[in-house]
Design a binder for this molecule. Structure first.
Ligand SMILES: [Zn+2]
Ligand SMILES: [Zn+2]
Ligand SMILES: [Zn+2]
Length: 107
């Protein structure tokens, strides 16, 4: 496990979108500003590591759950379906083959 800075609140522990109030705590890290990810983890390509769902900038990324990093099964290779972007063509939803990670397990 690695401890990383919470991407969704940028380590502040506060809800950066003021969804409830400016004083509310970040729902991803619970206010600590830090989250744990299982190794090996890579930057979430779907949200670009921001932890924010790219098509609705006020909710957490569904691929990394707001952490900005996702755990992968190594060794990995680029997902042929989304060409490593993590996004399904047209729909804007996470790629169904790699789950939005942009890489798949290299069997
Ligand atoms: Zn947070
Ligand atoms: Zn993400
Ligand atoms: Zn894919």
């Amino acid at each position: 496990m690695s401890e990383i800075k919470c991407a969704f609140c940028k380590g502040t522990g506060k809800d950066s979108f003021d969804l409830l109030s400016a004083l509310s705590i970040c729902q991803v890290c619970g206010g600590t500003g830090k989250v744990e990810v299982k190794d090996p983890a890579i930057k979430c390509v779907f949200c670009g590591g921001t932890g924010v769902y790219p098509f609705n900038g006020r909710v957490t990324c569904t691929v990394c759950n707001g952490k900005g990093m996702v755990t992968v099964k190594s060794p990995t290779k680029e997902c042929a379906k989304c060409k490593g972007t993590g996004a399904a063509k047209d729909s804007g939803l996470p790629c169904t083959k790699c789950g939005g990670k942009g890489v798949v397990h290299k069997a």
